[in-house]
Write a protein that binds this ligand. Structure first.
Ligand code: ADP
Ligand code: MG
Length: 328
């Protein structure tokens, strides 16, 4: 509804935490779960851990290790994803250290979102929808087309009308849900191939699946109303690649492993959620330049922060909770 649109665009970023179960490897090493879940909005260090920065930390939702991905989708992504059907740009991120469950979670969210979008299209008989699909990977500030790796490193161009565009990026018109799933599968395979060629790549690269949704409706007055928006599904590089800050917020040394796009994204999100007008450094990285139209202005954002439950990862998990707190 038009009334809903105005309200939604003013909403803050939806921030949730998802803690995966202990992995078989963590179990074999007798690692322990370091966190308690007092209620569905909070997470707190277990008593055995030192008392500083124990929490509780509160968010829109905290998914404990028993939560299914469909629950994560329902509570943490669905409303944002579906707003793209009504002309509001939407972005869903998975943020967290390597092996915390980002890819696992984004796959599930993407699958549920695709099903829901096609379900809505089926029941919205007064509108014709056109969906377009594209997908990129950003690695070392190099943008690569996941549908067409052969085109090599892609340039970003400032188009006076369209804003930032990725030059020569392949865009497929999506025929139906099955076609969309096939396209997503192709990109997964591409990403995995890159993975074998370069060990540890997924911890350093960002993947963005972009679905452009266009539709129009003839109102009673005879006027045609059009909707156009993008849904971005973003699997980020491992958060250990962001500038390392200790739990009390002091900066540690900046290493060569720092990922410019991830660092800039965290700054942009902090500034956006802080609600202050000042300069937002979108132009400092490829990721934030590409996502700018879907982060500021008429847009909605959901961030699912993923964590290992393990005691051995407690410092990285705290960093994740600190970032999540700053994004609220
Ligand atoms: P990341 O993308 O953050 O590096 P992955 O998504 O690859 O992490 O997850 C690491 C491992 O943990 C994978 O084997 C994945 O299947 C498993 N995993 C992640 N989240 C869950 C979960 N919620 N439940 C069960 N297994 C999970
Ligand atoms: Mg991954």
């Amino acid at each position: 509804t038009p009334g809903g649109v105005a309200r939604i665009s003013e909403e803050k970023i939806l921030v949730t935490i998802r803690v995966r179960p202990l992995s078989p490897k963590e179990q074999a090493a007798y690692d322990l779960v370091a966190w308690d879940f007092p209620d569905e909005q909070s997470i707190i260090s277990k008593k055995l851990i030192h008392e500083r920065h124990a929490g509780p930390y509160s968010f829109d939702y905290v998914f404990d290790p028993t939560c299914s991905t469909s629950k994560v989708y329902e509570q943490g992504a669905k409303d944002v994803a579906l707003s793209a059907l009504n002309g509001i740009n939407a972005t869903i991120f998975a943020y967290g250290q390597t092996s915390s469950g980002k890819t696992f979670t984004m796959r599930g969210i993407t699958e549920s979102a695709v099903n829901d979008i096609y379900e809505h299209i089926k029941f919205t008989t007064d509108r014709d929808f056109v969906l377009k699909f594209s997908a990129i990977e950003i690695y070392n500030e190099t943008v690569v087309d996941l549908l067409n790796r052969e085109s090599g490193s892609l340039r970003l161009l400032d188009d006076p009308e369209k804003g930032i565009i990725v030059e020569k990026l392949a865009e497929e018109i999506v025929k139906d849900g099955q076609h969309l799933r096939t396209l997503i599968g192709t990109c997964e395979a591409q990403r995995q191939m890159g993975e074998t060629a370069l060990n540890d790549k997924s911890s350093r690269s960002h993947q963005i699946i972009k679905l452009t949704i266009e539709s129009s409706i003839r109102e009673n007055s005879g006027r045609v109303k059009s909707f156009l928006a993008a849904l971005n599904l973003v699997d980020l590089a491992g958060s250990e690649r962001a500038l390392q800050t200790s739990a009390d917020g002091t900066r540690l040394k900046e290493g060569s492993h720092i990922n410019r796009s991830l660092l800039t994204l965290t700054t942009v999100i902090r500034k956006l959620s802080g609600g202050k007008s000042g300069h937002i450094p979108y132009r400092d990285s490829k990721l934030t330049r590409i996502l700018q139209p879907s982060l500021g202005g008429n847009s909605r954002t959901a961030i699912v922060c993923t964590m290992s439950p393990a005691l051995s990862h407690v410092e990285q998990s705290r960093n994740t909770l600190c970032f999540a707190t700053s994004a609220k």
